[in-house]
Design a protein around this ligand. Structure first.
Ligand SMILES: [Cu+2]
Length: 164
């Protein structure tokens, strides 16, 4: 009886190992979880910037003293949107999945450009509280760029594809 139980255990273990080995993980499949976020900084501890940050980049938002907090006319705020993470690495030939989740901002108009400037992923929308997954195969080496047209030019991310 004890011998039969031992054989059954060995058979079960072999089945389990076979199942794992047969359905193995594809080493060229890469998934990134990317959060769409807004970062902000406010202070009344230092004076407001001499140059309006919104004139430096359309991606910078600025609420000047008086506009930010009616109860504290010295306080001001700067903010911008970003992808997190903003830099990733893959190998040429990888099947890449970008799983994006909208946290800040009601809507983001996003696309992905390949290193040669062609579209790796055409325009798609991510709304706040929604998760959207897109895929592409990295057929080139170099920098794949993720752009948000709604919060550009600063809301970008870089995926560097190295030789496989
Ligand atoms: Cu955006």
């Amino acid at each position: 009886m004890r011998k039969r139980a031992a054989y059954a255990l060995i058979a079960f273990a072999m089945l389990a190992i076979g199942a794992c080995g047969g359905g193995g993980v594809d080493p060229s499949a890469v998934t990134f979880d990317i959060e769409l976020i807004e970062i902000k900084g406010a202070t009344d501890g230092i004076s407001a910037p001499e140059v309006d940050p919104a004139t430096l980049s359309a991606g910078y938002r600025y609420k000047a003293p008086g506009d930010y907090d009616a109860d504290n006319p010295a306080k001001w705020q700067v903010s911008t949107y970003m992808f997190s993470p903003g830099a990733m690495t893959i190998a040429k030939g990888d099947d890449v999945t970008l799983r994006m989740f909208g946290i800040n901002g009601d809507e983001h108009d996003i696309w992905v450009e390949a290193p040669d400037g062609t579209l790796a992923v055409p325009s798609f929308t991510v709304n706040r509280g929604r998760e959207v997954s897109v895929d592409f195969e990295a057929t080139q080496t170099g920098h794949y760029k993720i752009f948000c047209g709604t919060h550009g030019p600063t809301m970008t991310a870089d995926i560097m594809a190295i030789p496989s």
